[in-house]
Design a protein around this ligand. Structure first.
Ligand code: PMP
Length: 398
C-alpha cells in the first residue's frame, strides 16, 4: 500500500473530541455524566433564521455561488464590523467560508510558507497548533500562565516578533475566557506597530460574548495604521448558536480577502445558498437570542467561579467572556483520589470523569498542563450539581 503524505503524521485528531467521546461512551453505558468538555453553545438561533431558510428553499437556484459570498451576506457582515467600531471595510475587504476553522486554515495557507514562524500565546485554542503542524510552520509560543492572568504582556510580544511572519491572537480566549481591556489592547498594538513585517490574525469569534461591561476592543481601533496588516476572523458558531451551520468570515486588506476567494475557488467554491440565507438572517435580524444568552452565560460564569473559589489551593483568574473557565489545578498533582495517583492534568480529568462522571478537558490540550478547561454551556440544572461533584472530588484528594 502506498504511504500517506508526511504531513499526515503531524495531523492529530482533536484532543477535546477524545474527552467528549469517552464521556459519550460512559453515558451510553448508563453512567450519569455531566459534560463540561466541548465548547458548543447549546442553544438554537431565533425562529427568523429558520424562516429565512424556508424562504430561501422556495427560490433556491441550486447553482454554484460566489467564491467570496453573496453581497447580502458580505454587507450584513460589514455592518456587524461597523457595530464593533471597525468602519471603512467594503465588500473587497471581506470573504466567507466554512466556519472560522476553515478561515484560519485558509489564512495560514495564504500567509505562511513552510518554516515561517508563527507566534501565539499559550494557553491557545488547540487547532492553532494543528494548523501550524500540518502546514509545517515553526511555532513560537508565548507562555501566559495563570499568574499573569493568562494574558500576553507587551514586552513578551516585543521580544518574540523579530523574524516572525504571523502573530495569532485570540480575544476573548478559548480556553481561558479572558478578555483584554482597552488599555491592554492599546499597549499590545503599540508593540505591533514597531514590527511592520508581521501579519496579525485576530481570532475574535467570541467578540459578542463579553461580560461586566468591559467591551470588545481591537488593534485596528487602537492603532489605525495597523489596518493593512490585521485580519479579523469571525463566525456565527458561538454567538448565534449555529456551530453546525459552518459560516465563518474574514475582514482585512483586499489582497488577503482576495486570497481567501482564490482558495475558496479551489477548495469549496461557495458556502451553500440556504446557509447564506440563514447567516444573513442571524446577523441582520433581531438580536434577542445572543443578548439573552450573554446574560445567561455571565450568570453561569459566576456559578462556576463561586464553586471554584471554595476549593483551597486552586487558582482561577476571572474570565470575562466566551463560556470557559480555566482553573490552575497544579496544587493537586502528586495527590491521590481513592488510591489513584493524580500525576498531571490528564490523570486528573480521567479520575474526575471515572469517579464523579464530570468531563473536563485537560489543559495540556491547550498547551497549559497546570490547568483544566470547564465549558459551562450546559443547562443550569446540570451546572450546579456538576460543580458540586468537582468540589467533592478535590475535597477527597489525599
Ligand atoms: N476559534 C476559536 C477560538 C474557537 O473556540 C473555535 C471553535 N471552538 C473556532 C475558532 C472555530 O469556530 P467555527 O465553528 O466557526 O469553525
Amino acid at each position: 500500500m502506498p504511504s500517506l503524505a508526511a504531513r499526515m503524521s503531524r495531523a492529530k485528531p482533536s484532543a477535546i473530541m477524545a474527552v467528549a467521546e469517552k464521556a459519550k461512551r460512559l453515558k451510553a453505558e448508563g453512567r450519569d455524566i455531566i459534560s463540561f468538555s466541548i465548547g458548543v453553545p447549546n442553544f438554537l438561533p431565533g425562529d427568523h433564521v429558520y424562516q429565512a431558510v424556508r424562504d430561501a428553499l422556495t427560490k433556491d437556484s441550486g447553482q454554484y455561488g460566489s467564491n467570496r459570498g453573496p453581497d447580502a451576506l458580505l454587507d450584513a457582515f460589514i455592518k456587524h464590523l461597523e457595530e464593533n467600531g471597525l468602519t471603512g471595510y467594503g465588500r473587497k475587504n471581506v470573504a466567507t467560508g466554512i466556519g472560522a476553522k476553515h478561515m484560519l486554515y485558509n489564512l495560514a495557507e495564504a500567509l505562511l510558507d513552510p518554516a515561517d514562524v508563527i507566534v501565539f500565546p499559550t494557553p491557545y485554542w488547540t487547532t492553532y497548533m494543528d494548523i501550524a503542524e500540518i502546514l509545517d510552520a515553526k511555532v513560537r509560543l508565548l507562555p501566559c500562565p495563570a499568574t499573569q492572568n493568562y494574558k500576553l504582556l507587551p514586552a513578551q510580544l516585543d521580544a518574540a516578533l523579530p523574524g516572525a511572519k504571523l502573530f495569532l491572537f485570540n480575544n476573548p480566549s478559548n480556553p481561558t475566557g479572558m478578555v483584554y481591556t482597552k488599555d491592554e489592547i492599546a499597549a499590545l498594538a503599540d508593540v505591533l506597530v514597531r514590527h511592520p513585517d508581521v501579519w496579525i490574525v485576530c481570532d475574535d469569534i467570541y467578540n459578542r460574548m463579553v461580560f461586566d461591561g468591559i467591551g470588545y476592543h481591537n488593534f485596528v481601533n487602537a492603532r489605525p495604521e495597523l489596518r493593512d496588516r490585521v485580519i479579523h476572523v469571525d463566525s456565527l458558531s458561538k454567538t448565534y448558536g449555529m456551530p453546525g451551520w459552518r459560516v465563518g468570515f474574514v475582514a482585512g486588506p483586499e489582497v488577503v480577502a482576495q486570497a481567501m476567494v482564490t482558495l475558496n475557488s479551489n477548495h469549496i467554491t461557495n458556502v451553500p445558498e440556504v446557509v447564506n440565507a440563514a447567516a444573513v438572517a442571524a446577523l441582520s435580524g433581531p438580536q434577542d437570542v445572543p443578548v439573552a444568552k450573554n446574560a445567561e452565560f455571565s450568570a453561569k460564569r459566576d456559578i462556576v467561579l463561586d464553586a471554584l473559589a471554595a476549593i483551597p489551593g486552586l487558582v482561577c483568574p476571572r474570565p470575562q467572556g466566551a463560556f470557559y473557565v480555566f482553573p490552575d489545578v497544579a496544587f493537586a498533582f502528586g495527590k491521590s483520589h481513592n488510591g489513584t495517583l493524580i500525576a498531571n492534568d490528564v490523570d486528573l480529568c480521567n479520575a474526575l470523569l471515572e469517579a464523579k462522571g464530570v468531563a473536563c478537558v485537560p489543559g495540556s490540550a491547550f498547551g497549559e498542563p497546570r490547568a483544566l478547561r470547564i465549558s459551562y454551556t450546559c443547562p443550569t440544572p446540570q451546572l450546579v450539581p456538576g460543580m458540586q461533584r468537582i468540589q467533592e472530588f478535590f475535597a477527597e484528594l489525599r
